[in-house]
Design a protein. Structure first.
Length: 325
């Protein structure tokens, strides 16, 4: 019976040679891709001359009531230039910076003017004319543009986020209704337990961008977190936004969150914030004459509060005749 053929060294060496060729080609392709990516990154970064020119303009013209938006929100925008420009006129860049990309009417309401430093070719497309009356558009080096927009008159009567210190924050237990109050420490409402039981204003990533909003997480054991403003100004509407933070969406834990808006103790709007929802949802209550100046509150409850981190924003809008500006 003939002996079956045996594998010998030459085929093995050929296989190794083929593998070496494949690896070499892969390395060459990776190097080429890295080179192309590096070139694309250079093209995408605004040149220093453009940033310097924009910062000089802001230092000369930035005024109280102005906001600054970097679009898209590169990490390479040399923010130190704009920090120095803001400080030169007595402002804080952290306060005038509009982090949302792209900004919406909600994000800029309350500002008088918006400076938009943008690279239109990179997107997302943000038309300055859609934000308000364009006062100026200046083309800078490298496809960079600085636009100044005069914004519509604000309808905000009271920004409740700015008055978080005036709120009462508490947890109401599911069983027996026992209430635990949280304490304002000058920067946040501290509640018993870990840091995430606190309620405070911060930059949060929601709906694929960053926004300033109030951080909150339902308390454990089915308790309801209540944030209540006992004294507010009279207005036509109570409006807000609410959404899950990025980390709440990333972690497949916890349950959906029930959200309730109350005016004078009565539930006026309810919604369920689903666990995987990454939206920024509107809240709106039309206020009647009987509601004017009555306490308003927002509540959050979850049967399983693990990683149910969210943020929200609330405003009273629409001045009444004879009301305070």
């Amino acid at each position: 019976m003939p002996t079956p053929p045996q594998l010998t060294d030459p085929p093995a060496r050929r296989a190794a040679a083929y593998a070496a060729v494949v690896v070499s080609l892969a390395l060459v392709a990776a190097a080429a891709w890295s080179s192309i990516s590096a070139a694309a990154r250079v093209d995408a970064v605004p040149p220093p001359a453009a940033l310097a020119a924009a910062a000089a303009t802001l230092q000369a013209e930035l005024a109280p009531g102005d906001g600054i938006a970097f679009l898209p929100a590169w990490a390479a925008a040399e923010r130190w230039r704009f920090d120095a420009a803001a400080r030169a006129v007595g402002l804080d860049l952290a306060e005038v910076w509009v982090p949302a990309d792209p900004p919406t009417a909600w994000d800029v309401e309350g500002l008088r003017r918006l400076w938009m430093l943008r690279m239109p070719a990179l997107g997302p497309a943000v038309d300055p004319a859609a934000m308000g009356r364009v006062v100026r558009q200046v083309a800078l080096e490298g496809g960079v543009e600085l636009a100044l927009v005069e914004l519509p008159e604000s309808q905000i009567v009271e920004d409740l986020r700015a008055h978080l210190d005036q709120a009462e924050v508490s947890r109401v237990a599911d069983k027996a209704g026992a209430t635990t109050k949280c304490t304002w420490n000058g920067s946040r409402h501290q509640c018993p337990g870990a840091w995430w039981t606190d309620v405070f204003v911060a930059l949060n990533e929601v709906e694929s961008t960053r926004r300033r909003c109030i951080f909150a997480q339902p308390h454990p054991d089915g308790a309801t977190l209540v944030v209540r403003w006992p004294k507010v100004r009279a207005a036509r509407t109570l409006e807000g936004r609410v959404g899950n933070r990025l980390w709440a969406v990333r972690y497949d834990k916890g349950s959906d969150v029930a959200v309730r808006l109350r005016v004078a103790g009565e539930v006026r709007q309810e919604l369920v914030l689903q666990r995987g929802d990454f939206g920024w949802h509107p809240l709106r209550v039309e206020l009647t004459a009987d509601d004017h100046g009555q306490p308003v509150s927002i509540e959050f409850a979850a049967s399983d509060s693990a990683w149910r981190q969210l943020c929200f924003d609330l405003r009273l809008r629409g001045a009444l005749p004879g009301g305070a500006p």
